[in-house]
Design a protein around this ligand. Structure first.
Ligand code: GCU
Length: 612
């Protein structure tokens, strides 16, 4: 890590040569759940505004008629509520297909305190958001799956306050994702909202992890926000006996580098002196309590220490080869449907992932909520995290690139201290063309600037037919990646499941390969012959042949078949079969396990028993 997230952006355009407005430094406050907060979740008054009249009408002022003759043509007081967090589509039938602006209002009482700054923090809102406090605009955000916060200190009143938020989920050709994607375009304030209270000078962000190839050398940084007095920061890892102090620069940035097994030697008694760190792994997801303090602020986090790297065609976790037994999943709520957001949703979904025998999960196709990522950290599930550069987007548009970079930056900023996260994915199934390659190579470089400790990947689906039963993975993007992701639907979108038995695969790049998608659709309970589409038997048969094929693929380092659970999609309209659901789940959206669930579970048990 050469630069903190808050400093490096100035470098990128110079290196990559495509002039565009690189997004500013991340302004995210790290580890909000470890801070003093006021939760603003609950029932918010809402106005559905299909023609976006609200701005011109001043909805953000939350006006009420001053007297009986005054004309105010809207009223939050008289408007229905929507729950926050939550998508609006599954809360009100008439909004299921709605794409457009919705205005939210939340009134709250707050008592200001000395030397306290306050930020409004959103876990996410899809897609474009404008935030107003007491009629003043705090800021705007674009992107449906990454957090954002705005400082509210000066707009906040001591007493009654009114927060108004406009959320627009209208799809645009220059957006990320663009016009077409295979998941429901759930709109709204989809994750928690809170007020975050911090001292005048506070620890904005920090990063701590083992250096590649080392089981004891920790490096990282801490970034303060606000005027500095002592310029000193202390890092404590009590269970490891670590306590180190270092100085910040004038701009509040402190670089860290220390040997965890020796750092405990400075103090008397030093029972931990020379003791190795307990490394994080799926078998033992050991998290250390880490205390970062300085300038009157203290943040406590739970961090696991592990290394992840590539060696030839293998992925090494803590220096040892690992096979990633995974599954892909959407952030769709089990049973009730809609966007998942709660710790309970995460527990149910990742519990199913564990039941499959997985040590790995691909969060498709956008950064999932922090509850899932932190639970994966505790459960010992390795994570592939992705930004929604999905199918075809506006590759030549500098604003689209800056948008994708901002989503990438914030995905990394939120989760860079999570040991579970090992792969940053830049895209999914994007068409091979020069402007796309330039765009994605830029993102790859951008990601490596922010985080040199993790692996960069993408899910590709471009293969060359290099023989009657031979396919070569030759996407030029492979050159820019550490790990190759392949989506292939042999037996579903082409060929018969049995064709997999003969299929030979070749790689243009001698890099680890993850088969990031394969699968077929079957509504739970649809039974019939193994060659009858849409039956569980067809899906089961497809999995059996696929698993036989992938086991023989070169450089195979992992799998994330498509998909854990059926999910809503506007692209799936087959009546009585899909009914606007993608049915490739191994589990129905009602939690029912299909035959193929057990096929994969058995396969992973075999691998685990063989130590893979
Ligand atoms: C694609 C895509 C998924 C999609 C799946 C499918 O590969 O990445 O988002 O849902 O195929 O067709 O079911």
């Amino acid at each position: 890590m050469r630069h903190s997230l808050l400093k490096c952006c100035l470098l990128v355009p110079l290196l990559a040569g495509w002039a565009h407005a690189v997004p500013g430094p991340s302004t995210l406050i790290a580890n909000v759940s470890g801070r003093a907060t006021v939760n603003l979740d609950g029932a918010w008054r809402t106005i559905v505004d299909p023609f976006d009249n609200g701005k011109a009408r001043g909805f953000f002022r939350n006006e009420r008629p001053r007297d009986k003759s005054d004309l105010v043509e809207y009223s939050f007081d008289a408007s229905p509520v929507l729950n926050v967090p939550g998508d609006w589509n599954t809360q009100r039938e008439q909004l299921m297909f709605y794409e457009g602006p919705v205005w939210y209002r939340r009134e709250f009482t707050y008592h200001k305190r000395a030397n306290t700054r306050v930020f409004v923090y959103f876990g996410a809102a899809n897609y474009q958001t404008a935030v107003y406090l007491n009629g003043e605009k705090l800021g705007e955000h674009e992107g449906g799956f990454t957090p954002f916060n705005f400082e509210a200190t000066s707009s906040l009143r001591d007493g009654d306050n009114c927060l108004v938020v406009e959320v627009i989920n209208t799809r645009r050709a220059d957006a990320v994702p663009a016009l077409r994607f295979d998941w429901w375009n759930y709109g709204g304030i989809t994750r928690d909202v809170s007020l975050v209270e911090v001292p005048g000078t506070f620890i904005q962000d920090y990063f701590l992890q083992l250096e590649r190839g080392s089981s004891h050398q920790i490096s990282g940084w801490v970034q303060f926000n606000g005027p500095l007095t002592r310029h000193e920061v202390t890092i404590q890892i009590p269970e490891a006996g670590v306590e180190i102090k270092t100085l910040t620069t004038a701009s509040g940035f402190a670089r860290l580098g220390f040997d965890a097994s020796q750092a405990a030697c400075g103090r008397k008694p030093a029972p931990k002196c020379g003791a190795p760190l307990k490394l994080w792994s799926p078998e033992s997801p050991n998290l250390y309590r880490v205390i970062i303090s300085g300038e009157g602020d203290t943040v406590v986090d739970q961090i696991g220490f592990r290394t992840i790297e590539v060696q030839g065609s293998r992925i090494l976790l803590n220096g040892k080869p690992i096979f990633l037994r995974g599954i892909s999943m959407h952030e769709e709520a089990p049973f009730r449907e809609g966007r998942a957001f709660s710790p309970e949703d995460a527990q149910t979904l990742l519990g199913w992932v564990k039941d499959l025998g997985c040590n790995f999960v691909r969060f498709a196709h956008y950064p999932h909520n922090e509850n899932e990522v932190r639970l994966a950290d505790r459960m010992g599930l390795l994570v592939w995290s992705e930004i929604p550069v999905y199918w075809d987007i506006d590759w030549s548009n500098p604003a689209t690139l800056a948008n994708a970079e901002a989503q990438l930056r914030d995905m990394i900023a939120r989760d860079h201290n999570r040991a579970a996260v090992i792969l940053w994915s830049l895209s999914n199934e994007t068409p091979v063309k020069p402007e796309r390659l330039t765009f994605l190579k830029q993102l790859a470089q951008y990601a490596r600037e922010f985080d040199s400790t993790r692996l960069i990947t993408s899910a590709m689906n471009h293969v060359d037919d290099t023989g009657p039963n031979e396919r070569t993975i030759s996407d030029p993007l492979g050159e820019a990646l550490d790990v190759l992701g392949l989506n292939e639907y042999l037996g579903w979108y082409g060929g018969r499941p049995e064709d997999a038995d003969q299929m030979q695969w070749k790689l243009k790049w001698d890099k680890p390969l993850i088969v990031s998608e394969f699968g077929g659709g079957a509504p739970y309970g649809h039974h019939g012959d193994a060659d009858e589409r849409w039956t569980e038997e067809y899906q089961e048969n497809l999995f059996q042949h696929q698993l036989g094929m992938v086991e023989l693929m070169p450089n195979l380092a992992g799998l994330t078949p498509w998909v854990l659970m059926d999910f809503r999609s506007p692209a799936r309209m087959l009546p009585a079969v899909q009914d606007y659901h993608n049915r490739k789940g191994l589990i129905s959206n009602r939690g029912q396990r299909k035959l193929a669930f057990y096929t994969l579970q058995k396969f992973y048990k075999k691998l685990a028993d063989a130590g893979k």
